[in-house]
Design a protein around this ligand. Structure first.
Ligand SMILES: [Zn+2]
Length: 178
């Protein structure tokens, strides 16, 4: 079974993709995760993508398509793919048709997640995570029980994604809707 999860940034695609991945032995292909990993690794692609993501703009089609194609060929595909954050443009959708056809696969379902823009801005700008164990928190919806201390591991260092600020979030939503 091959699925596409569509939805604006912050809709919870990653969370749902993880549930599907664990429950159905599907392989999650998340362009967001891949791009952030490339940025963290400091590869040439990562440096290019990092500049673009900091502005809240969409990463160019050719770059994203290349990432997805590489990951599809890394094996361990299990019983199918969950595509999270891809395709985002018509060119990417056409590329996906090609990539699947070349591998004798087809798309079974597309799930669209719809969330109000204002709710997304509040949700995204409030999120942070423990730097040690990765546990996710939110200023309003899921604060730590003791301020400044991770519930899970007792860590006191927290990180926020650099692109989780209001200006960037609004730019990302605008790019998504376009
Ligand atoms: Zn922790």
């Amino acid at each position: 079974m091959n699925l596409v999860l569509l939805g604006p940034p912050g809709a919870g695609k990653g969370t749902q993709a993880k549930l599907l991945e664990d429950g159905h032995a599907l392989t999650k292909l998340s362009t967001g995760d891949m791009l952030r990993a490339a940025v963290a690794a400091g590869t040439e692609l990562g440096r290019k993508a990092g500049d673009i993501m900091e502005r809240g703009a969409l990463v160019p089609d050719d770059l994203v398509i290349k990432l997805i194609a590489e990951r599809m060929d890394e094996g361990g595909e299990g019983r199918g793919y969950i595509l999270d954050g891809f395709p985002r443009t018509i060119a990417q959708a056409e590329a996906l048709d090609r990539l699947l056809a070349e591998r004798h696969k087809r798309l079974d379902r597309v799930i669209v997640m719809e969330v109000d823009d204002e709710a997304l801005v509040e949700r995204i700008t409030g999120r942070f995570a423990c730097a040690d164990c990765g546990e996710g928190y939110h200023d309003i919806y899921k604060p730590t029980k003791v301020p400044g201390v991770c519930d899970r591991c007792g860590g006191t260092q927290f990180v926020r994604r650099r692109d989780d600020n209001e200006e960037v979030v609004r730019a990302r939503l605008k790019a998504y809707h376009a």
